[in-house]
Write a protein that binds this ligand. Structure first.
Ligand code: HAM
Length: 420
């Protein structure tokens, strides 16, 4: 039998209700904060990701699904959405209409990572991006919005980790200090860190390999190297969050796996998912729009790991799948003809009904209604047709009402409890 590819998964009918609930809640909240949906392509030119995420990152070095596409050269299944959102902002000159754009998008991303719980090769993100706002208040607000989403979804095991990566003015000095420190441990670093230490020394801070941890155990904090502007920016972000009661933890080892970040970066971490503790991550990337050929405009955003959020919520969520309002027990050809039509009309009025279209006895149809956990059954057979009325039975209370055939659908709608 042909199986799905490792690291890919089916999201089955019993599971999709939770995905839908999360997506609707996120969209509702983001739109209340002034964000609009953007839908972006899944394939982009490889160069877009190489230039934005960075040549010396795990994602670009070894995790992208890249293949040649004739004369167009290399194309890549998107590993994230930020680069595409920036490309779209530039390509459609959105900044001409209004440099400030608040966008969100939901969809699949692809990274060829080693699959494990919470880590897939096709995974989903709920992503939000803001272009054109420099004020630290937008940093605080985007974190506030993200934390509010978790609250609205009743997810409490989450902690905000916060750091600042400085800017092209102050970060080089920190990089230099770090390179000097790491240099002392040369030869002990893992192969990734050894290769990247000069171009991307900050990644060593985030490496899980014990020798690399050891090498940076006494590393200075990047926060001590921030220039006056970056320091002031970070102070305003922190105080705005404090005023709003958003708890956060300063984590000066937080570096993130993408190179475009400047100043504020953050992650939402959880203890419910084992090794894959980040359920969302993001930050400011003030240089990216210009680096990709657009105007000099600041930007900030985040992405939620949708699969991870679902996994946290599935541990405590009740069954969200829709319940059957009505099972139509139709015995005989004429009854089935009518039952079929009523079912269609009821669906248009928002009533979920079902009917067995085969030739089964009343007894076996009652059993089927029980199995499907129908809230009500409607019984229609030759006798009901002769008498000109059908029977509607509530399966919980066992109460029955008779509904005249004339105007039967309206009668059923009136008799059923109000739905929302
Ligand atoms: P990221 O940290 O690479 O950031 O991914 C964001 C979230 O996606 C992670 O925190 C994690 O929950 C989820 N995620 C990442 N890789 C996987 C995987 N293989 N399987 C399951 N979930 C995964 C970004 O992608 C940035 N574009 C976020 C951003 C937006 N920064 C600014 N704007």
């Amino acid at each position: 039998m042909i199986q799905l590819i490792r690291g890919f998964k089916d999201i089955l009918p019993g599971e999709t209700a939770l995905w839908q609930k999360i997506e609707e809640t996120a969209k509702g909240l983001f739109e209340d904060f002034g964000y609009s949906e953007i839908r972006l392509p899944i394939l982009e030119q490889t160069e877009l990701f190489a230039r934005s995420i960075g040549e010396n990152t795990d994602i670009v070095e070894k995790e992208m699904y890249t293949f040649p596409d004739g004369r167009r050269g290399l194309i890549t299944l998107r590993p994230e959405a930020t680069a595409s959102a920036v490309r779209s902002y530039i390509q459609h000159k959105m900044y001409g209409k209004d440099p400030v754009q608040k966008l969100y998008t939901v969809g699949p991303m692809f990274r060829r990572e080693r699959p494990q719980k919470g880590r897939y090769r096709q995974f989903y993100q709920i992503d939000a991006e803001v272009f054109g706002i420099e004020s630290p208040h937008i940093d605080a607000q985007i974190i506030f919005m993200l934390v509010s989403l978790f609250k609205r979804l009743d997810v409490s095991d989450v902690n905000v980790h916060l750091n600042s990566l400085g800017c092209p003015c102050c970060r080089p000095k920190y990089k230099e200090a770090l390179i000097a420190l790491i240099g002392k441990a040369e030869g002990e670093l893992c192969s990734d860190c050894a290769r990247r230490k000069d171009k991307n020394p900050l990644r060593v801070l985030d490496c899980k390999v014990p020798a690399c941890r050891e090498a940076v155990a006494n590393a200075p904090s990047i926060l001590e190297y921030l220039c006056a502007d970056c320091d002031k920016h970070f102070t305003v972000v922190k105080s705005a969050l404090e005023k709003q009661g958003v708890a956060y933890k300063i984590d000066s080892n937080l570096v993130r796996g993408l190179d475009y970040y400047t100043r504020t970066i953050f992650e939402i971490q959880t203890t419910s998912l084992g090794a894959q503790s980040a359920v969302a991550g993001g930050g400011r990337y003030d240089g990216l729009i210009e680096a990709l050929g657009g105007p000099s405009q600041p930007a900030i955003g985040f992405a939620i790991g949708f699969d991870r959020l679902v996994e946290i919520m599935a541990q405590s969520s009740p069954d969200l799948s829709r319940k059957l309002d009505l099972f139509i027990i139709a015995v005989g050809e004429k009854a089935k003809d009518l039952g079929y039509e009523w079912g269609c009309e009821l669906a248009l009025s928002g009533v979920l009904s079902d009917m067995d279209m085969g030739d089964r006895s009343l007894k076996s149809l009652m059993k089927r209604a029980d199995k499907l956990k129908a809230a009500n059954v409607l019984i229609v057979g030759d006798r009901e047709l002769e008498e000109g009325a059908v029977t509607l039975r509530n399966m919980g209370s066992r109460d029955q009402v008779s509904i005249p055939l004339d105007g039967v659908v309206e009668g059923i709608l009136k008799a059923l409890p109000q739905r929302d």
